[in-house]
Design a protein around this ligand. Structure first.
Ligand SMILES: *Cc1c(COP(=O)(O)O)cnc(C)c1O
Length: 368
């Protein structure tokens, strides 16, 4: 379905009961991930024959949903994850937001949902961040996590793409994603459950992929691990990605390996940024299939020096321990390796406006 509405006027309806600043400041003292929400949300609706309409920024509130609403039955739902940061000199910035807008439409196409013009996606994000600018945490490790999403909202039980959708952006002030801060994470290798198959929805950011990952993630917790890593569904040999993060391997010759995008891996914006920064730093980055056997052998022989996972929520997390049914091994002696540390510091520095931004990734939201 082509994007059919180039521009809309957002009606701005400020929350009549915003959270008092003192109460917000108290919440900011102990932020986790995704538990606290701002005062507003941005909403745009789509109806077949009418296109995108009724754009607004309004008080955050529940949606009344018909029990027959298509999303509740057939899971036509996609989302994005991005962050607004407060820089040291007080500016509000976004990191590569146009990449999220583009990927959102790639997800929409895969899920037979209407595309949202990129300018409208970006405007909805901009309008919400302006309205809730006071909610961007300023401290170390803090940011305003933005969650644009869209779901089918037609009351109809027949199986076909729905004729009504709601696009919405909500925002959540967050602290560091992993409770242990920048400590290396432990990873469970899921050898029984798959996340995404060839021809499936692995490259789309849809809720269903996460539903499919939860049992494997539960298995990871049960085995004392922080996260799960999935193997390819067809051969159960190749490392694909974590439930919500892409993976990288640093070799003893300084080269960096990451699994290639092939339809079953989510094309992370952090992944693309890390590839660029590693190349800028002179590293050879190779996108190639990497098997679990190779991973074990390289860790044992010392050829593998570092491994890390990356995504918007956690940015870059070193992988310290890998466990699987039948054993475990450590990487970098369970510590964060030097290239991992360097890339994380550089990326976080760019995102927070502290470091030179050679590729123009940071977009300032001026006036707030
Ligand atoms: C969102 C996501 C990522 C990371 O993408 P970023 O754009 O870097 O945040 C990786 N894997 C999956 C499955 C995801 O949903």
């Amino acid at each position: 379905m082509p994007a059919d509405t180039a521009s809309l006027t957002f009606s701005i309806k400020p929350n009549a009961n915003p959270m008092p600043a003192a109460e917000r400041a108290k919440l900011f003292e102990n932020l986790g991930f995704g538990t606290v929400f701002t005062d507003h949300m941005a909403v745009i609706r789509w109806t077949e024959g009418k296109g995108w309409h009724s754009a607004e920024v309004t008080a955050r509130a529940p949606f009344p949903i018909d029990p027959a609403s298509a999303v509740l039955h057939y899971a036509q739902e996609i989302f994005e994850g991005m962050k607004a940061y407060r820089t040291g000199d007080g500016r509000a910035v976004l990191f590569r937001p146009e990449q999220n807008a583009r990927r959102f439409n790639e997800s929409a196409r895969r899920m037979a949902m209407p595309e949202l013009p990129e300018a409208l996606f970006l405007e909805a994000v901009d309008k919400l961040v302006r309205q809730d600018g006071d909610w961007i945490p300023a401290g170390e490790g803090g940011s305003l996590y933005l969650r644009p999403f869209m779901f089918a909202n037609e009351a109809f039980l027949g199986v076909r793409p729905a004729r009504d959708y709601i696009f919405c952006v909500i925002a959540s002030p967050v602290g560091p994603y992993f409770k242990g801060g920048a400590k290396p994470v432990s990873i469970w290798v899921s050898e029984h459950y798959s996340r995404a198959a060839p021809g499936g929805t692995g490259a789309a950011k849809c809720g269903g992929n996460y539903a499919a990952s939860l049992l494997a993630q539960a298995e990871a917790y049960k085995n004392g691990c922080d996260q799960v890593v999935f193997l390819d569904a067809a051969e159960k040999r190749y490392i694909e990605e974590l439930g919500g993060m892409n993976v990288f391997f640093v070799m003893d010759d300084g080269s960096v390996v990451t699994p290639p995008l092939g339809g079953s891996i989510l094309p992370g914006i952090t992944r693309a940024s890390i590839i660029q920064l590693a190349r800028d730093a002179g590293a050879t980055v190779v996108e190639r299939p990497y098997t679990f056997e190779e991973w074990q052998a390289d860790a044992k022989s010392g050829k593998l020096k570092e491994a890390f996972a990356c995504g918007t929520a956690a940015v870059v997390a070193a992988i310290g321990t890998v466990k699987f049914d039948g054993g475990e091994f450590k990487i970098s002696g369970g510590e964060t390796g030097p290239l991992t540390e360097k890339l994380r510091t550089q990326l976080v520095g760019i995102q927070k406006g502290q470091t030179n931004d050679p590729h123009g990734w940071v977009k300032v939201i001026d006036g707030i």
